[in-house]
Design a protein around this ligand. Structure first.
Ligand SMILES: CSC[C@H]1O[C@H](OP(=O)(O)O)[C@H](O)[C@@H]1O
Length: 341
């Protein structure tokens, strides 16, 4: 992988860029301090970028993996091996498996590299269209003048552009429905502090960063009407895996009468997984918890437990917003009504 700089127009961040024979990724480990691009020239480099969270966010890793398959096909590499290594990069976000299954179906049907390139482009384009549609659907649920809170990063950096939960926030602000945004810092990787605030400030959206531990206090104040989050895998009963800390936000929201919205495209819905109990939660290196910005903050010899997702039960979710429609008070029956096929 090589690092180069690529100018970004101010209004649209495209963190995953296909350049015909390589994939250019905005390295999210370095934001907001540095906008550096990684050029991936093969499936192995894309796999490593996903593992290292240089590219992250459920839709974005699926899109990147699809382009990784295209690179393998262009180079005449073993496609089964490319599919397998990309699939194993991270376990929780079903978008990764969904995208690779879609590419595998095309390979099985005899698609050549050019056809696979068109399929990957379609995956990326469909995600952007879904985000814009979900933005409108989700914003319509929010009463004018509301304050909202979000967690992690679900914006252009995590998708093909615009975002899922952050797409609803963008649409809600544009429609005058959202008056203020609070973003949780999202320890330990700080996607909220480093990435969401970067996107919101770039957009000129009024927002305040809060410590993860301030969320319940904020909800108690009455300043927010909705907590709006993304998802990595939504089970057939509506249980939702998302960034660690989401579950406790949902508990606090219900206690304080704050509504809870999950926003995710259908590529995040996994009807083959019966409930959240069956979702694999990624455990990452404890070192990510023992350091901040590469500086160790915990005594040598200390140990840590670093699950990076948790599961919010459907009973704590007021609405799941997808591009196929809004599922209120989600349940197996209501999920099947939208995702039966
Ligand atoms: C629209 S992104 C969905 C999801 O992905 C993030 O996880 P990570 O930053 O570890 O890839 C986070 O859970 C977002 O809500």
């Amino acid at each position: 992988m090589t690092s180069t700089h690529s100018p970004q127009t101010h209004d649209t961040i495209r963190a995953v860029q296909w350049h015909g024979d390589h994939l250019r990724l905005l390295d999210q480990r370095l934001l907001p301090a540095e906008e550096r691009w990684l050029d991936c020239h093969d499936a192995t480099a894309v796999t490593q970028a996903i593992k290292d969270l240089a590219v992250r966010g459920a839709p974005a890793i699926g899109i990147a993996a699809a382009w990784g398959v295209v690179l393998a096909a262009q180079q005449g590499a073993a496609l089964d091996q490319a599919l397998a290594q990309l699939r194993a990069a991270r376990p929780t976000a079903v978008n990764l498996m969904w995208a690779l299954d879609r590419m595998k179906t095309r390979i099985t049907a005899g698609a050549d590299a050019a056809a696979l390139e068109r399929e990957a482009q379609a995956i990326q384009d469909e995600d952007l269209a879904a985000n814009r549609h979900m933005g409108e659907l989700g914003a319509a649920l929010i009463a004018p003048g509301s304050g909202v809170m979000t967690h992690c990063n679900t914006g252009s950096l995590a998708t093909s552009g615009y975002g899922t939960a952050l797409g609803v926030i963008r649409a809600g602000v544009a429609a005058g429905r959202i008056a203020h945004v609070y973003a949780g810092e999202t320890r330990p990787w700080q996607q909220g502090a480093r990435l969401t605030m970067w996107e919101l400030v770039r957009d000129g959206i009024p927002a305040k960063l809060i410590a993860d531990s301030a969320a319940s206090h904020l909800m108690k104040s009455g300043a927010v009407k909705w907590v709006i989050v993304g998802a990595d895998r939504i089970a057939a009963n509506g249980d939702t895996a998302n960034k660690i800390g989401t579950y406790q936000l949902a508990i606090a929201a219900r206690h304080h009468g704050v509504k809870f919205m999950v926003v995710a495209p259908s590529s995040t819905v996994d009807m083959a997984t019966v409930s959240g109990d069956d979702i694999e939660i990624e455990l990452r290196d404890a070192a990510e918890l023992l350091s901040v910005a590469g500086r160790r903050t915990v005594v040598e010899g200390a140990q840590a437990w670093n699950p990076v997702f948790d599961v919010t039960p459907a009973a704590l979710i007021d609405a799941i917003v997808t591009e196929r429609g809004v599922i209120e008070q989600p349940s197996t029956e209501r999920m099947r009504a939208v995702f039966a096929g």
